[in-house]
Design a protein around this ligand. Structure first.
Ligand SMILES: N[C@@H](CCC(=O)N[C@@H](CS)C(=O)NCC(=O)O)C(=O)O
Length: 222
């Protein structure tokens, strides 16, 4: 590979509020690896971003060798395979755990109902509560997995919380009053609250100016 093809730094294309980008930033935070961050507009995606990954969804990680990872779960696994001081990936090595299946349940089925609940006016307003209840059924499975320690695996945060809680947060935000008053899965509620109160989350939600092109200011995360 020619020298000019090598980036000196990892570059993450991100969007602050996207739950998948939050997941990727959290894993970078926990890896203790620093990367360049480019906060982009989803309404006006930079051409460079689209050419790196034509499906054009955030997050996208551009590696030092110029290869691209454009699925959040793959960014989580890759960055933590480089450095995982908090051992977040441990459940992946436990043959009694099906981490990929459980997270994909949230990425697909849960996200499907979440979108139709949170953005019901774009879909079918009459079906809003039906989708809320279908998403709640999946959250019940998450609640069942949370142990007395308050965590899914062992007594600390793992890849489960990093990947799933950003999506649960979206569910809460769809109707905070309903969530506070009527959502009945207390372990999920508690887990979400301590996640939102954590330093990791605060750092992960830091605001950056929009990146437009190579002339924009270089920003770093964390
Ligand atoms: N499966 C993808 C999903 C990423 C995704 O859907 N991101 C949304 C934002 S939350 C996005 O970029 N949508 C494209 C758009 O809005 O144009 C992943 O996990 O990385």
């Amino acid at each position: 590979m020619s020298k000019d093809k090598i980036n000196r730094e990892l570059i993450l294309y991100s969007f602050r509020r996207c739950p998948f980008a939050i997941r990727a930033r959290l894993s970078i935070y926990y890896s203790k690896i620093r990367c360049q961050i480019r906060e982009i507009s989803l309404k006006k995606k930079p051409p460079e971003f689209i050419s790196l990954s034509p499906k054009a969804t955030v997050p996208v990680l551009l590696k030092e060798d110029h290869s691209v990872i454009d699925e959040s779960i793959d960014i989580v696994k890759w960055i933590l395979s480089q450095s995982d001081p908090n051992e977040l990936l441990i459940p992946l090595h436990d043959k009694n755990e099906d981490v990929d299946y459980f997270i994909s349940l949230f990425d697909n089925k849960f996200k499907f109902h979440l979108d139709r609940y949170k953005y019901s006016s774009r879909y079918d307003s009459a079906e809003k509560n039906k989708h809320r209840d279908a998403a709640s059924e999946i959250l019940e499975l998450f609640d069942d997995k949370i142990t007395d320690t308050g965590f899914v695996y062992g007594n600390k945060i793992s890849v489960y919380e990093v990947c799933i809680l950003p999506l649960v947060r979206q569910f809460m935000i769809a109707d905070p009053e309903w969530f506070e008053g009527y959502f009945r899965f207390e372990k999920v509620k508690k887990s979400l609250k301590s996640f939102i109160d954590s330093d990791a989350f605060k750092v992960t939600m830091k605001k950056y100016d929009e990146w437009i092109n190579d002339k924009s200011k270089i920003e770093y995360f964390p």
